[in-house]
Design a protein around this ligand. Sequence first.
Ligand code: ADP
Ligand code: MG
Length: 702
Amino acid sequence: MPQRTRPEILFPLFAPVTVLKGVGSRIGAHIERLAGSQIIDLLWHLPVGVIDRRYSPNLVDLEPGRVATLELTVVKHHAPPTKNRRVPYRIDCRDKTGEITLIYFHGRSDYLLSVLPAGETRLISGTAEVYDGKLQMTHPDIVANLDERESVMRVQPVYALTEGLSQNVLGKVIAGAIDRTSNLPEWLDPALVAKREWKPWQAALVSAHAPDGPLTLDPAAPARMRLAYDELLASQLAIMLVRSHVRRQAGRAIEGDGRLRSRVLSVLPFRLTDSQNTAIDEISVDMAADSRMLRLLQGDVGSGKTIVALVAMLTAVEAGGQAALMAPTEILAQQHYATIAPLAEAAGVPCVLLTGRYKGKARTTILAGLANGSTPIVVGTHALFQDDIAFDDLAIVVVDEQHRFGVHQRLLLAEKGSAVDVLLMTATPIPRTLMLAAYGDLDESQLREKPAGRKPVTTTTASIDRLNDAIAGVQRHLDSGGKVFWVCPLVEESEAIDVAAATARHSALNQRFGGRVGLVHGKMSGKEKDEVMSRFAGGAEPAVDILVATTVIEVGVDVPDATVMVIEHAERFGLAQLHQLRGRIGRGDRVGTCLLLYGHDIGATGRERLRVLRDTDDGFQIAEQDLRLRGAGDVLGTRQSGLPDFRVVDLNAHGELLAVARDDAQLILARDPALKTARGQALRTLLYLFERDAAIRFTRAG
Ligand code: ADP
Ligand code: MG
């Protein structure tokens, strides 16, 4: 029987980290925040640096400033006077060639006396310096007994930390996690392993964690390459399994007669661009075919994707089916609805909005309309795909800002109807490599042309030191009746801190601008956000002229009067993200102005990135540059990228392996579609190892 539950051999790796020695609930919580809650998460937490502790000179030869492991005899303890906390605890030590003093600020004497008793000899590892002509070492990294020499005098891996975890503690915990691994059956092609001179999985893991110098940290080091390849193979296999499952389900031919489409196009105040027409043709051809459509519509902010989506949806309605458009946020769903509903209604097609905010009777009514088919078009959030929602005959699903949804979610939401066509939309151009990583091969249509009359946004950059000038500029803009977006960065690591920063900026600006400033951030409820947004967009009172926001405004909201945007710490954003943000202000009749304020720690690459943004307005070019300058995972912000959440893979370094993995996966599934052979079984283990096991249920039975 092929394995359909997690193989037993992996059980130890999916145990909670708290089973490890020395990991209680407190340290467990820190580890969970840093890496994850399971042993496997620690295994993927690879070192980011090394400390070479093999240098072990006599004191007379010691090079100050270099990490050294010394064999020292403790001579005398000097506790500071109890009243004076600023005087450190000092311990004089010597070897046969010289003397050194160990310094501990706030040292506890009972502890220090026990680990460094006078007269005893210990191994002390750390960095010494010369102070007043004498050698001293402040807070040694390691104090150990002489018989621990082997484990101390080595190249020590250095891990990324989080508050509350020290290098020593985390190092021990990870070593404990590695001890729980065993070798796993080989899932790679032996010829590939031999050609690349890769070690088996467990050995590769051990060497990735036991660097013998900085070179082994290189993503191109063999051990890391092997682990990355494993992950790419798992990901490509999973994508192919899911997609072939989707494709295998028979599609149906959906052909419209053009009557609704022509009515809508006749009420539009503009003509479609050539790229919009081309995209519509490509989509119509896909829909008319009797296989299922899976197409990505890429188009820069403002390129006019919505109308293309609407035409696709109307085609489905013309053919007697229903259409759903799903957006990642409440605000965005509302805005789509505001655009689409009047147009659809002009063509006599009823259209409803459904988000998490609809409860009780209102929701029941909407659901009834979808279930009996009297409502042909629905726009909403992921609330659309809850279990109790049924369609009479759903024919097409459009997913906007698709990268906000998980891969499986995206591909499988189509299960709400039989043979549903899927159109994914994104304003973030996805470079080739990333496309392949995220979807395998996917059909795509691109809107590379901007609608006529769109003015590019003027973008300038300045140091955060010029904040006061920025505020003066904002004042001038307000005086002339305009509105302003003020964006504060939201960095994943600590939402709380970012929200605090945005809140502080809001209150400072609000003081300066007499209460005309609003705030939206991710911790607010949908309702609270909407309230502020509608005061900013116009209509609701009291009016807001400056909107301080974290990136929740990144997608969505059209406010034609807002033509100035200030972005703080622009260097912390992805280029594609910045480009999307500034796309918000290129919409009215006035030329938009975007001011990118950067912090002091911006660095050379950061400057170059902002320069790219200042000098080009082509989203596709910006995305390619961003990938080149920054590395793949970061291009869209890892979490939001819709990329598989890679643990080991760095697409910049491992991009070359991606095509190999794709071909490999294709061959595997061609020969062994049910993953039944011995290697197939091993590959199942691989899928479980990288938590891509959701795909396993799509292996072709028998
Ligand atoms: P996005 O691709 O960012 O989703 P939208 O579909 O929201 O872009 O379109 C942005 C704006 O451009 C909308 O106000 C829309 O009405 C307008 N628009 C769309 N297509 C054209 C066109 N061919 N000519 C002029 N304006 C257009
Ligand atoms: Mg849009």
